[in-house]
Design a protein around this ligand. Structure first.
Ligand SMILES: [Zn+2]
Length: 477
């Protein structure tokens, strides 16, 4: 099967880009692949963070060797073919150099998110990439346009897909065969299979079936400030999240009546078919895309249609040419269906939300005049920074240096992202977790080990992406 819109020339170009990826670029202690200068979301080549190297080896914790093949994991009746991802040494002289995933024994306590991607390639090329260890990339599932599912990594193991080690170690990844700027590849059959698979995974791993835990690659922060502005934006503004949740048979959450003592909140809820927008393409030379249904609302700096769009500081630093306009890949000025934000202010037809450390304005109606926001259920919690301190925001939730040293490992030190939260602001709390880092440097699988401490991390809805704040810096948690 070959997607009609992926021409041989484009395939060659992507092959070349993929082939030219530098292995293990230097992103501080986080390592990972770099897609330097690449504006397109190459979900298939998602960066992964290289594990920290040991100072002295810890006690081995032998894991089962990787299987030649394995039984598919999915709901009854869903057709799943197993094509295992590559798992092999890449350098006999270096036991730390292997690909393309990490052996682990994860269960419900370790997994708290499902990450949706699109491949930007056809099925054959996607499978070629995920079975070729030279790409250092892997994924648990691939779903084709006709709804057929391929599983490539066991859910207990850690696939390298998120470009952020916190999310790799705590998630299951699903690649949709598709192209972010060409929504026709997101077919009914594909939504149906994805919804059934997501529902199964949520039940099996006790992951809440909501937008705080079912995330797009575009909703993940970079683990370091350098990687944050370069994070991928798949599956993109044309992905119909409401349709995915309907296919997963997600129960409709009860809406809140009246106001509670916490910050007032608003949920982004445009009706996909009437929320029609035209964006600038992020494919060089493509110009403006046709007006199409989308899942996103635009965020402006003032409550007026002609006010400038919000500019994200990390994106502006990494890709200045595409910020502040309506490029489809500008995640800094878009919020997506199902996301919830604290309300800062309201002005006639506009809602001011706390986003990225400031107030951003979202129009309460879509371009057709239909309502595009709703009141979220009472279960939504908000948090506020403690008084009189500028609270730091991070892209990962690792343990402190002490925990790494106690395990005999070089600490992985986090640097804050370029946002500052002050005590008047409020953000929706998506999840709370303890500091954790899965260390898995060895090809033979004998050194899989969780490094943990009791650092308590809040994951908040910072903007289109999530971010982490220490709960000791917050009120309300
Ligand atoms: Zn992706």
């Amino acid at each position: 099967m070959c997607l009609p819109d992926i021409t041989p020339a484009r395939r060659d170009e992507r092959d070349e880009l993929l082939a030219s990826l530098t292995r293990r670029s230097a992103l501080g202690g986080l390592g990972g692949l770099a897609l330097a200068g690449l504006a397109l979301p190459l979900g298939a080549a998602a960066a992964h963070a290289a594990p920290a190297k040991p100072r002295t080896p810890s006690a081995p914790a032998p894991l089962s060797p990787p299987p030649g093949t394995f039984a598919p994991e999915g709901p009854a009746g869903l057709d799943i073919e197993v094509i295992p991802s590559a798992y092999q040494s890449m350098n006999p002289a270096d036991p730390d150099d292997y690909a393309s995933y990490s052996l682990a024994e994860r269960g419900p306590a370790d997994i708290d998110a499902i990450i949706i991607h699109d491949t930007e390639t056809d099925y054959d090329l996607a499978i070629e990439i995920f079975t070729n260890p030279a790409y250092y990339a892997s994924i648990h599932y691939v779903i084709r346009e006709d709804g057929r599912v391929t599983q490539m990594v066991r859910n207990q193991d850690i696939a390298w897909h998120a470009g952020n080690w916190t999310f790799n170690q705590s998630s299951i990844g699903i690649e949709l065969i598709g192209v972010a700027e060409e929504p026709e590849h997101y077919t009914d059959a594909q939504y149906e299979s994805a919804g059934r698979l997501v529902a199964y995974l949520c039940e099996r791993y006790e992951v809440p079936l909501d937008r705080d835990h079912i995330l797009g690659h575009e909703n993940l922060p970079g683990a370091s400030p350098a990687s944050h502005g370069k994070m991928h934006w798949d599956p993109g503004a044309y992905y119909d999240w409401e349709k995915l949740f309907a296919a997963a048979d997600a129960p409709a959450a009860p809406l809140r009546s009246g106001r509670s003592g916490k910050a007032e909140t608003v949920r982004i809820a445009p009706a996909y078919e009437s929320n029609v927008r035209d964006f600038l393409s992020c494919d060089p030379g493509e110009g403006r895309l046709p007006a199409r249904p989308t899942s996103v609302l635009m965020v402006r700096t003032a409550p007026r249609d002609d006010a400038p769009l919000l500019t994200d500081p990390a994106l502006a630093a990494a890709k200045p040419a595409i910020t502040g306009q309506d490029y489809i890949c500008d995640w800094g000025n878009q919020v997506s269906w199902g996301q919830t934000f604290a309300v800062a202010d309201r002005v006639d037809g506009w809602c001011g939300i706390w986003i990225s450390g400031r107030i951003g304005w979202v129009k309460e109606t879509d371009p057709s005049g239909a309502s595009a926001i709703e009141v979220p259920p009472p279960s939504v919690k908000t948090v506020r920074p403690k008084k009189n301190r500028a609270v730091k925001v991070y892209g990962a939730s690792f343990p402190g240096e002490q925990a790494f040293r106690a395990a005999g490992l070089e600490p992985v030190v986090l640097a804050p992202l370029p946002y500052s939260l002050t005590d008047e602001q409020a953000y929706v709390l998506q999840d709370v977790s303890q500091g954790a880092y899965y260390w898995s440097p060895r090809f033979d699988g004998t050194h899989g080990q969780w490094v943990r401490d009791d650092t308590s991390w809040a994951r908040i809805q910072l903007n289109q992406r999530s971010a982490f704040v220490k709960t000791s810096d917050l009120r309300g948690v």
